[in-house]
Unconditional design. Sequence first.
Length: 377
Amino acid sequence: MIRAKKYGFVICLLIITVLWFILTILSERCTPAEDFLPAIPSPERVRLVFAGDLMQHLPQVTAARNGEHELDYTESFRYVKPVFQEADLAILNLETTLTPSTFYTGFPRFRSPAKLADVLQDMGIDVAVLANNHICDNGWAGIDFTSRRLDSLGIASTGAFADSLSYRRFHPLRINAGKMRFALFNYTYGTNGMPVPEGAIVNLIDTSAIACDLAQIDRTQTDCIIVFFHWGDEYIRRPNGEQRRLAEFCHRHGVEIVAGSHPHVIQPVETYPDADGLIRSITVYSLGNLVSNQRERFRNGGLIVTLDIEKTNNQPVRIIPSYTPVWVLLPKYRILPPSVADTFPLSKQEQHVYLQFMQDTHTLLHSAAPSDSSLNF
């Protein structure tokens, strides 16, 4: 009797085990097929921020004085600093030369305080492009000291070089941001007729040289190429034919980002989407003035362009642009983004000029852009 009960217990246990096995198989077969699909990797994302001409007319130097010999640029850049600090890679055009002396000059030959570089470091600038029409204003000493001063503060530079060794090291300027690898080139249309100092090198716009430079980039080791030009017609709000030809030339040779300076006014931004509507390349024809003493309409501000760059596996990068107009308020040359300027205590005349700048910028960017949603203004 005991043996029969023992066998009955074993048989029940076997039945339960078989039923559990069958139910497990059935539940796996009923699991939705998508649960078995390989996981799609999340794209890597890096934020780039570009700003235009940082100039130093003598009234700007005077405004920065807080004593007989002390200079402090904090107030000028205070309100725009957060925009740059949010970047993984922040780039601007430094349109002056720095000097270790206290002999400062403005237009037409700029020699600016070395202290100016300190505020660039403080607000998180990673790269200053130097190929512009004022880079030879203080001869070889200006190029040499400017690049060395920036380097001492951890700010990279390219476009102008004191010697061939620097040229080989920093042309192109190779930068890693996040998990992405960038190559940055910088060229200028000229140097105001001033000869490039003996021993120095300034990258001049030459399509043969540019094509050769771009051909040497190993795309298996580079995720995105940037070309920053100093080009165009001063104070003209539309790109000329040469700018358009150069931009098209660069994109045809694989460049994802083309940015420009020199006109001292904002020019349109053009994006180039693929068949799926994803932006794969972009041209920013002119960023305008980040800060200067130019007060005329269209020249009293500029555009900060933010590009979120996404990369998934071996796919081309995706570019997600947004724009921050900035307007300069005297007497401290405060650079004001809309988030600050809209609530800043302005006089009626200042408010009128500011609103006019904002409307001009809004009209230019939206009238020149395709009807997509990339214009986050």
